[in-house]
Design a protein around this ligand. Structure first.
Ligand code: SF4
Length: 1019
């Protein structure tokens, strides 16, 4: 074994290092080096060198040189570069990931490997969906499900994959792994992670191993740092068969599976040559200093990675909020694109793209910049994909009110809000599912003829689609549905910049259906719908997701997936957030340093980002985090954080941005009106006039954006309106009069994020008749106030439309606990003293309530029962120690605040030993953040209600967290009354003014019952 340090040259001038790689003869060679030292280029040059004829040696068929990488992204990048650089002809390049190489070997010898001749390989998303569909068969009794099996299973899959990489039995996960494998085997499917191990077993036969090395006598390995034990097993077999040459490049600072790769390679090839490429030819000092600081001591010792260039700067942001951060990134992206950088060369990375990506994509969309969000959730956030899922759900279950509602609200039916509210009213009053309500509405005098026509059209489509539901294969059915509903046609002519991404989304959905049908030709559309929902819940990228950035779109991606790519600039946002999955790691997972939430992943990912952009990297965090690589980087580089505040826009920029945002809306309105001209409906003239009015508004915006006469907004709007009035018809003018565009433009303090709401609200008729009222007064409760303040659109779905939602296991659980405690204290009040043996009584009431609550025997439900039993014990202990006694149970109050009518029901009111009263609200879910909405509203409202309605003056108010057996008092404050009244008036004004602007946020939308119908939850 020889060792040396060597220099490589800049592009076009290969130094001795790269020359050594290129010309290496027989045996193994290992090149060490950090990012930017030219390893990957040298490896590619070696492939080209071997393929080119030279004096005394014919060129080798490039198909016989296996280039192996760790990540799909790197393999794809190598393939593209080689296809550019290698002179043809050749059959197919042999560029693989390790799993791809294993699959290639197995496809040649499936029978010898004990596999079916056309075995199918599935990735993590498909496996997760399969596990979710059979969650009750899994040994999850001791894992915390908490009503969210998808989140737990995502975590467990990480543990399963790690066990497979390391070749262990998984310890505490062993039983789960066995069942996981059994489920896959029963469906004749292979886990991608199993491929290296199965190929290793196959190549135990020396003749077969020799056959592979005869096929690939030269191995070129990039990203050797990710040679985990399962991959190393395969490499050992190949080494044993004596390939002619093996050249591998390793960068220990980018190891995503932990250390040990170099030792494994040395074990396979003890007699190797090796050297280190020390110099990063183009990279600037600050980037390497920052990356070293992120990594901490270890992977690349001093002297082994030296900056020799001046490319690349690093900046740091401290944003005021996630929105401010997304806005700042979108602003800089827009600027870079204006300077000529292609959008796909600008990347935005976040720790968890599923939750953080929506805001970023939204900020880009506000500037008309197309984005390609990564992560599994992105596909399922696309409106047309959600429409297809809604249709499938509605077809397979007519009682699924949310799915039917979405199908009615979206093209081609586009039922107006007012008619939808009428429909949900019919459904509730007559106790009909939404499909039956649609049928009933055709006879209802409440429904306008135009609405009836739309509903009739919807029912025709529904009946036609439902007729074929049980006779077609899922792939044929989904493709037909997409065509029949017209999703592709609508998209094809929409002028929005993300059109290509949306069409791609639809074809990926069809591909998922094709893969599903291929795996199980007998599966039904109903089974596919269950699978698709599980896939959407899982939030992982299905197989076939895009590996390369789409041309013309900014990639918005998970930070730990940057490896293998290179961009001009990268903005790394949201670094205050924990990495990857935010759930606490479960048993068998938490001790893994390379877990997606682990500190090593964070360090390696940030260092990788710092070395993956040629021009600049921005690191942004709203606050310190744990782990916090940014703090160490700031210290090492002496960097300073730039403060980024939320933007309020100047008029000119605001008008231009509104113009861009409205472009797509105008094109879609004209497309829709055009289609109606072919098949006129009763309200076609309305839609045509509306489309023309939208176009006139676009003209108005174009005029305002380009004015340079120094006039005020008000003067300019008035002047343009005067001109428009000369050309528009009375109907179009009426449409323009009802538009909120002018007030919006004049209200300069309003955020740009309201623009979409503006577009939505302008086409909505008044819902006044459907607002919840008592007499003329608006009817509000503490839950209503909280819901409206959290998200007005959610309030609209729940309270104005009244879309029914099935109770979740958490809700049913809460109801049982409330009932048990009520009955227990009523018993006490009946006998006038503490119930003897209270704990046993509580338990008996719980068991009875549980049976009546319709709970079953799933792991999740049994876990809730365990927690309920424990909670009852804790409750009894706390009750025994309490000196207070319940004075009222489930007592209602009603009173007026201004013109609004407030009502509520207090779970319990205690009388303390000194005679003071305390209002108590039982909680069985998450802790209440009393600082939300400017201070606690619920208990303050209850205290006020007790005073106004019952004439008592509660001194205290508490939340009783029943599961933890802890009562938390919320201090009253002198301004409670004033605060409650202000809140009620504010919410009342919003509801009466029908301001139902969505307020999307990852923490709230993730649990929202109306995600399927909500346009703000879309890409
Ligand atoms: S998904 Fe989010 S934005 Fe939409 S209604 Fe629910 S909470 Fe509001």
């Amino acid at each position: 074994m020889s060792d040396s340090s060597s220099r490589t040259g800049a592009d076009g001038d290969p130094g001795p290092g790269r020359e050594l790689v290129r010309r290496h003869g027989f045996g193994a060679l290992l090149i060490r080096g950090g990012a930017g030292t030219g390893k990957s280029t040298a490896l590619r040059e070696r492939v080209i060198h071997l393929a080119r004829p030279e004096t005394g040696r014919p060129g080798l068929d490039p198909c016989r040189i296996a280039l192996i990488a760790s990540t799909d992204r790197t393999a794809a990048a190598h393939r593209i570069r080689l296809e550019d650089d290698l002179p043809g002809p050749y059959e197919a390049l042999s560029v693989f990931t390790w799993e791809g190489l294993a699959e290639e070997i197995l496809r040649h010898r499936p029978v010898e490997a004990g596999l079916g001749p056309s075995f199918e390989v599935v990735g993590a998303a498909e496996r997760l969906a399969m596990l979710l569909a059979r969650v009750d068969e899994l040994p999850l009794r001791h894992q915390e499900i908490r009503g969210n099996p998808a989140g737990l299973l995502r975590e467990l899959l990480i543990g399963i994959d790690r066990a497979k990489r390391e070749g262990t039995d998984g310890g505490e996960l062993a039983e789960l792994i066995e069942i996981h494998n059994r489920i896959l085997a029963a469906a004749d499917l292979l886990d991608r992670n199993d491929l290296p191990r199965i190929a290793t077993d196959l190549l135990a036969d020396p003749a077969l191993a020799a056959e592979v090395t005869a096929r690939f006598p030269h191995l070129v390995i990039d990203e050797l740092e990710d040679l985990h034990p399962a991959r190393a097993g395969l490499l050992q077999r190949l080494a044993g068969a004596g390939p002619e040459s093996v050249v591998a490049g390793i960068d220990p600072s980018r190891a995503i599976y932990g250390p040990g790769a170099e030792e494994r390679f040395l074990a396979a090839f003890p007699d190797l040559e090796q050297f280190t490429l020390d110099e990063a030819w183009r990279m600037s000092e600050v980037r390497i200093t920052a990356a070293r600081a992120a990594l901490g001591p270890g992977p690349l010792p001093e002297g082994a990675w030296e900056a020799r260039g001046d490319e690349g700067s690093v900046r740091y942001w401290r944003p005021a909020s996630a929105r401010a951060e997304a806005q700042a990134a979108a602003r800089e992206v827009e600027h870079q694109i204006a300077l000529g950088t292609p959008p796909e060369q600008l990347a935005i990375a976040v720790p968890d793209v599923n939750s953080q990506g929506v805001g970023v994509v939204g900020a880009l969309a506000e500037r008309g910049i197309p984005a390609r969000p990564g992560g599994g959730a992105a596909l399922f956030r696309q409106p047309e994909v959600r429409d297809t899922i809604a249709w499938l759900r509605a077809l397979t279950d007519p009682t699924d009110a949310r799915a039917v509602t979405r199908a009615l609200m979206r093209p081609p039916t586009e039922l107006r809000s007012l008619d939808l509210a009428r429909l949900t009213q019919i459904s509730k009053r007559r106790k009909l599912d939404m499909i039956s309500a649609c049928e009933a509405s055709l006879e209802s005098p409440q429904m306008a003829p135009e609405a009836r026509q739309r509903i009739e059209g919807f029912l025709n489509l529904y009946r036609a689609a439902s007729g074929a539901l049980d006779t077609r294969r899922p792939d044929a059915y989904v493709r037909r549905l997409i065509e029949r509903i017209g999703f592709r046609r609508q998209r094809l002519f929409a002028a929005r910049p993300e059109t290509a991404e949306r069409l791609l989304g639809l074809s990926r959905l069809a591909q998922i259906a094709t893969d599903f049908s291929r795996r199980d030709p007998n599966a039904s559309v109903r089974e596919f719908t269950v699978f698709l929902e599980a896939l959407a819940d899982g939030g992982l990228e299905p197989v076939g997701g895009p590996d390369l950035p789409g041309v013309g779109a900014v990639p918005v991606m998970n930070l730990d997936l940057l490896k293998g790519g290179e961009w001009a600039r990268i903005w790394v946002l949201g670094l205050e957030r924990p990495f990857g999955i935010t759930r606490n790691p479960g048993p068998g997972i938490g001790d893994d340093q390379t877990h997606p939430g682990g500190p090593e992943t964070a360090r390696v990912a940030v260092a990788t980002a710092l070395t993956s952009a040629r021009e600049e990297v921005v690191l942004s965090r709203a606050s310190e985090a744990e782990p916090d690589p940014v703090a160490a980087i700031l210290e090492a580089t002496g960097g300073l954080e730039e403060i980024q505040g939320e933007e309020l826009f100047g008029p000119a920029e605001d008008v231009a941005a509104t113009y861009r945002a409205m472009l797509g809306e105008v094109m879609e309105a004209s497309w829709k009106a055009g289609s109606e001209l072919n098949e006129p409906r009763l309200d076609t003239a309305i839609d045509v006039n509306r489309a023309v009015a939208r176009y006139l508004e676009l003209l108005k915006l174009a005029a305002l954006a380009q004015r340079d006469d120094g006039s005020s907004d008000e003067e300019a709007i008035e002047a343009v309106n005067g001109l428009i009035a000369q050309v528009a018809t009375p109907e179009q003018l009426a449409e323009l009069d009802s538009s909120t565009l002018d007030p919006y433009l004049l209200a300069q303090e309003r955020e740009r994020g309201m623009r979409q709401g503006l577009a939505d609200s302008r086409s909505e008729p008044s819902l006044d008749a459907f607002l919840p009222r008592r007499g003329d007064d608006l009817r509000l409760s503490a839950t209503d106030l909280d819901m409206y303040l959290t998200c007005p659109l959610k309030y609209k779905f729940a309270r104005v439309f009244g879309i029914p939602t099935p109770p979740t296991v958490n809700m049913r659980f809460g109801i049982v606990i409330h009932n048990v405690l009520q009955r227990f204290h009523e018993l006490e009040q009946d006998v006038g003293r503490p119930v003897p043996d209270g704990e046993a009584r509580l338990m008996a009431l719980l068991e009875e309530g549980w049976r009546r609550g319709g709970f079953g025997e799933t792991h999740d439900e049994l876990q809730f029962l365990d927690r309920a039993r424990e909670a009852m014990r804790a409750y009894w202990r706390s009750e025994e120690a309490s000196e207070s006694e319940p004075a009222f149970l489930e007592r209602q109050f009603e009173f007026k605040v201004g013109p609004h009518f407030l009502r509520g029901r207090v779970d319990r009111v205690d009388r303390k030993p000194g005679g003071e009263f305390e209002v108590i609200d039982y909680k069985t879910g998450q802790r209440i953040d009393s600082s939300r909405h400017g201070g606690d509203i619920q208990l303050a409202l209850y205290r006020l209600g007790a005073r106004e309605a019952w004439g008592i003056e509660p001194e205290a108010g508490s939340y009783y967290y029943v599961l933890e057996g802890e009562k938390v008092e919320v201090q009253a404050s002198p301004d409670d009354r004033e605060r409650v009244e202000r809140t009620v008036l504010e919410v009342g004004e919003g509801v009466l003014g029908q301001d139902f602007e969505p307020r999307p946020s990852p923490g709230v939308c993730g649990w929202c019952d109306f995600r399927l119908v909500c346009p703000a939850a879309e890409a």
